[in-house]
Design a binder for this molecule. Structure first.
Ligand code: GLU
Length: 384
């Protein structure tokens, strides 16, 4: 158990050191019945500008385009079909940026729009291009404002939601924290909107099954992921060694108070040392194209000793992937525990299962590598 004193000390030490933060702001914070909430956006711009004036870099991940677009054209219900959703997003995105531009200008700051699809970030070159661009903007002290490029994505290519997008941007930019500003005060053990006795959890050092279950019962106000997708995001981010906060974006001075080390919102502590950006890309941005089941010995060697995956430890191969694809490694208990980039295509891995490395050439007629996944391209995705 952490005492209150220790908790506050943890917060103070952590926030004092933050030089680069990703701040995600949800639709429930940015919009109200009339569309975009200019007061909230102005307040956000003031607080972000204050952080920048303290010498910190901030990347905003902003939702709000769809609801803003709906209000702009007088639509009462969120469209359910893709072309209409894409059209309202296009309408709303420009309004959203206009509000940010106006608000940041009050504090002598400029904003830039970055629209991305998951496809962009799965492509290593485009991923690096996005990173370089955002780095230049940060050097120029301009606020990058990221949203999903809703106008071109279809369901299967989506990030899922902006919670997930914000995790990927945190990894992309090697940020030291992800702050998720939503319309409730943090993570509660029950939905605070229906339960008077719901308790806010101020500090989480490990996300357990109970918390994941509790989160499923706290939906988002706008039909997006709600608390469940925030907890999944927190899992990804903390597993890669980065802390995350869930706090209310509707509260005045929320960022100021967080950075002063005050006890607001829920702080999720990282589960391990910070992973490099490339390993985060393999583990959390790429979609797994298949799975490799490994035996107990291989699972232990990978997990405990950071070893490569060799053919001898492979029990089974699922999916049809090519060379260089991301695949998930599954232990004999059925638990996916690692992700890596394969050196051989699925049909070849099937031929190699259970063989010694000395037998690879004889079996395939060629051998480019000893390892099916080299340890440099292999990342453990769950904490023990
Ligand atoms: N990209 C959507 C929008 O700007 C929001 C998606 C989300 O919040 O998850 O409206």
């Amino acid at each position: 158990m952490t005492s209150r004193q220790e908790h506050l000390q943890i917060r103070k030490n952590l926030f004092d050191r933050i030089r680069r933060a990703v701040i995600k702001v949800g639709t429930g914070v940015l919009t109200h019945d009339q569309g975009l909430n200019a007061t909230v956006i102005r307040r956000l711009a003031r607080e972000v500008s204050m952080l920048m004036d303290q010498g910190r870099q901030v990347i905003l991940v902003s939702s709000g385009a769809i609801v803003s677009g709906m209000k702009k054209v007088g639509m009462a219900e969120r469209p359910s079909d893709i072309p209409h959703k894409q059209a309202v997003a296009a309408i709303g995105q420009s309004r959203l940026m206009l509000e940010y531009e106006k608000s940041f200008a009050r504090y002598q700051k400029k904003a830039a729009q970055i629209l991305l699809t998951r496809d962009d970030l799965c492509n290593r070159r485009r991923y690096l291009n996005a990173r370089n661009t955002i780095n230049v903007l940060l050097d120029w002290k301009i606020v990058p404002i990221v949203n999903e490029n809703d106008t071109v994505v279809v369901e299967e290519l989506k990030f899922g939601d902006n919670d997930n997008l914000s995790a990927m941007i945190t990894h992309l930019m090697d940020a030291q924290i992800l702050i998720n500003l939503t319309d409730i005060d943090g993570f509660y053990d029950k939905d605070p909107r229906g339960h008077k006795n719901a308790l806010l959890i101020p500090l989480v050092s490990r996300i357990d099954r109970g918390m994941e279950k509790a989160a499923c019962d706290i939906p988002g106000a706008f039909g997006m992921g709600g608390m469940s997708s925030k907890i999944q995001t927190a899992k990804k981010v903390t597993t890669s060694g980065i802390p995350m906060v869930i706090a209310s974006g509707l509260k005045a001075n929320i960022l100021k108070r967080l950075f002063e080390g005050r006890d607001v919102g829920t702080l999720f502590l990282p589960g391990r040392e910070k992973m490099g950006s490339r390993k985060c890309w393999i583990a959390f941005t790429l979609k797994a194209k298949g799975a490799i089941r490994v035996d107990r010995g291989a699972a232990k060697a990978i997990r405990k000793q950071g070893r490569s995956l060799l053919p001898i430890g492979i029990l089974n191969v699922e999916g049809d992937f090519g060379v260089g694809a991301a695949v998930s490694c599954i232990d004999p208990d059925g638990v996916p525990f690692a992700r890596g980039l394969v050196n051989y295509k699925a049909t070849d891995v099937r031929k190699l299962m259970g063989l010694k490395t000395s037998q690879i050439e004889q079996r395939l007629g060629y051998k480019h590598y000893d390892e099916v996944i080299h340890r440099d391209n292999l990342v453990i995705t769950i904490d023990d």
